[in-house]
Design a protein around this ligand. Structure first.
Ligand code: S3P
Ligand code: PEP
Length: 408
């Protein structure tokens, strides 16, 4: 599906949007619920990634296809490895077979798991024969993806002796590890995290609790971008959010102040208001919030600001090589951009080319990050259906902002 987005009649916007539940929180809670069925969940994400996770957890034998969902691939690998009697081949999209998983497989094997590579060493598909895992100590590199660590932590309370992780190297995407530990704590599991060591106690039961998933902060980033690109006076309310979020991307509230966007936290919602013009240049280390890098780069381009973004070393192994994808697509729009394997630098742009067709590389965030540029100029988004990976209602919600959307 190719969408033509045209500028709204006015850049002064006022609306209220209900955003779906966090896919990160949802996929963690779904796994915990499979281990401890007395956990109840509300406001689950309606995303593809949430759906494949839920379906995968219902399978005991045969093939499980998790498509593009990184969290489902990593979390289910740990889950099936620890489920005595289950035997599956865990696979995904072509891109998923290029996203590394060796660190997690090695860690699980150290605990006694039976996992084989079906095709290429270090990459899915994986053949997993579930076993009772008795060992409880693992050492693993922490600088490639935090999802390997979260996967081990999520099964940890169900292991006979709990788990002790020794993390090697600089820990990346730390807030996602803290989210995992936070959710474990909320259902009554005791954890410890200091320096490079994480411990999780074994538990036979957890608390009878209704866990309410907060809405997705990474999805909120596109509205931050829209408010930043609109006129002073614009106001967008988003539900259901809270100030004591477990999601690291809630740092948006702080970062977008530099773009003149003020956030007010109300009961269950945030109100984003454009109150001032943006700062002249932007320098952020995004190693704790990699999923908002595309949003921020595009906001800067749309506001004709220069920026220097660092801490982007994980972007090359996500849904696509996001650094190369940003470089290619922003260049088409007229940007002066350079990337390394962990940084992105943008010079203030002079023009924003009109009616450029943006390729999305099977990456939901490419489609959603570029959409706000419709406030500045008409833009075409190729394969726009990719948004369903995390935010299936994205285009319907864009229409509420009066952005003209036509299928080509
Ligand atoms: O644990 C999670 O829910 C996630 C962790 C991050 O991945 P990395 O740890 O690989 O950076 C993030 O990019 C991804 O969208 C979701
Ligand atoms: C990187 C992402 O997802 P995952 O790694 O879970 O596929 C994302 O949603 O930006």
């Amino acid at each position: 599906m190719k969408l033509f987005l045209s500028t709204p009649p006015t850049n002064l916007i006022e609306t209220n949007i209900q955003v779906t539940g966090s896919k990160s929180e949802s996929n963690r809670l779904l796994l915990l619920q499979a281990l401890f069925p007395n956990i109840q969940i509300e406001n689950l994400s309606n995303s593809d990634d949430g759906r494949v996770m839920k379906n995968g957890l219902g399978v005991s034998f045969g093939e499980v296809d998790i498509h593009h969902a990184g969290t489902a691939m990593r979390f289910l690998t740990a889950y099936f490895a620890s489920q005595e009697g289950k035997e599956v081949v865990l696979t995904g999209s072509k891109r998923m077979t290029e996203r590394p998983i060796k660190v997690l497989v090695d860690g699980l094997k150290e605990l006694g798991a039976d996992i084989e590579y079906e095709r290429n060493d270090g990459y899915p598909p994986l053949k997993i024969k579930g076993k009772k895992l008795i060992k409880s100590k693992v050492s693993l590199p922490a600088n490639i993806s935090s999802q390997y660590i979260s996967a081990l932590l999520l099964i940890a309370p169900s292991l006979e002796n709990g788990l002790e992780l020794d993390l090697v190297g600089k820990i990346t995407s730390v807030p996602y590890i803290k989210m995992t530990l936070g959710l474990l704590n909320q259902v009554g599991v005791t954890t410890f995290f200091e320096g490079n060591v994480i411990k999780v106690s074994p538990e036979k039961d957890v608390l009878d609790k209704i866990m309410v998933v907060e809405s997705d902060w990474s999805s909120a980033s596109y509205f931050y971008s829209i408010v930043a690109l609109s006129e002073v006076g614009t106001k967008i309310s988003l539900t259901a959010y809270k100030s004591d979020s477990l999601q690291g991307d809630s740092v948006l509230a702080e970062l977008y102040r530099d773009f003149g966007v003020e956030t007010t936290f109300l009961e269950n919602e945030i109100v984003l208001r454009k109150t001032a013009e943006a700062q002249p240049s932007i320098n952020y280390d995004l190693s704790n919030a990699p999923d908002i890098a595309q949003t921020i780069a595009v906001t800067c381009f749309g506001l004709r600001l220069g920026c220097h973004l660092t801490g982007l070393h994980t972007l090359k192994i996500k849904e696509t090589d996001r650094l190369e994808a940003l470089k290619a697509e922003l260049s088409k729009l007229g940007a002066n951009i350079t990337v390394t394997d962990k940084t992105l630098t943008l010079k203030p742009s002079k023009t924003i080319n009109n009616e450029v067709a943006i390729d999305t590389y099977n990456d939901h965030r490419m489609a959603m990050a570029f959409a706000p540029l419709a406030l500045k100029n008409s833009i075409i988004i190729n394969d726009a259906e990719v948004v369903s990976k995390s935010y299936p209602d994205f285009w319907t919600d864009m229409e509420k902002l009066k952005i003209g959307i036509k299928e080509l």
